[in-house]
Design a protein around this ligand. Structure first.
Ligand SMILES: O=C[C@H](O)[C@H](O)[C@H](O)COP(=O)(O)O
Length: 231
């Protein structure tokens, strides 16, 4: 699949998601190349009269784009909860569990998602898998113990690698932490792995989003859109 085709699919999924947003909603807006299309579509709806109750986002990139289109972006702490959050995903399985954080925004994304009544992910068909895997699992870690946590992951056979930038420096998240990507594939028992990571001192957050998403909008190469809902 070419990048152009993939972008066409991302845009279609994003446009469909923008049709599910209504005036008055408190909306969470995620991060990534698919969400970029969603924000563009949201901007068009704003010109047609859409007036959101609140907008909260999960990265500086999305914030800048939203503000450039005239949206006022607030903080999660400004609201009790969000009505709906629209975000992308790196992988999603048949239970609507997923891997997120390829763009490094996992901590803010998970915080926004769990305080949202509904969560919709927008993906192209290449992200849909039978079992979670096929994408390194991001784990955000505190710098003070990153070395020890890395070694622990290596001992556990999780195939860790520190994420680096294009200039080969260690990638630093919005919160000043590092990301260790786990290359074990497929992921062994995602719920067990999530519990292990949740209980590892030094781990700030990880990219396993289990039981969080309730709707996935999938754009297929044959131009169709599929909407899957959590049973
Ligand atoms: O940290 C980044 C997010 O989890 C993104 O939503 C995810 O990586 C999907 O991004 P994209 O739409 O660019 O594939």
């Amino acid at each position: 699949m070419s990048e152009v085709d993939q972008n066409t699919m991302k845009e279609k999924a994003a446009q469909r998601a923008a049709d599910t947003v209504w005036s008055g909603m408190r909306l969470g807006v995620g991060t990534g190349s698919t969400v970029k299309f969603f924000i563009d579509a949201l901007g068009k709806r704003r010109k047609e009269g859409l007036a959101l109750g609140a907008v909260v986002t999960t990265s500086d990139r999305s914030r800048q784009q939203l503000e450039s289109l005239g949206f006022t972006v607030g903080e999660l702490s400004d609201v009790e909860h969000l009505d709906l959050t629209i975000d992308g995903a790196d992988r999603v399985d048949s239970h609507l569990d997923g891997i997120k954080g390829g763009g490094g925004a996992l901590t803010m994304e998970k915080n926004v998602a769990v305080h949202s009544l509904h969560n919709t992910w927008i993906v192209d068909e290449s992200k849909v898998v039978d079992h979670l895997g096929g994408f390194p699992l991001p784990v955000e870690v505190l710098p003070i113990s990153a070395k020890q946590v890395f070694n622990q992951f290596a001992d556990e056979g999780l195939l860790p690698r520190f994420r680096t930038t294009d200039t080969n420096e260690r990638y630093v998240t919005h919160y000043g932490n590092f990301i260790i990507d786990l290359y074990i594939d497929p992921l062994p028992a995602p719920r067990g792995l999530a519990s292990y990571l949740d209980s590892t001192v030094g781990v700030v957050e990880h990219g396993l989003f289990l039981g969080i998403c309730d709707t996935v909008i999938i754009a297929h190469e044959d131009n169709t859109i599929e909407i899957k809902k959590r049973q």
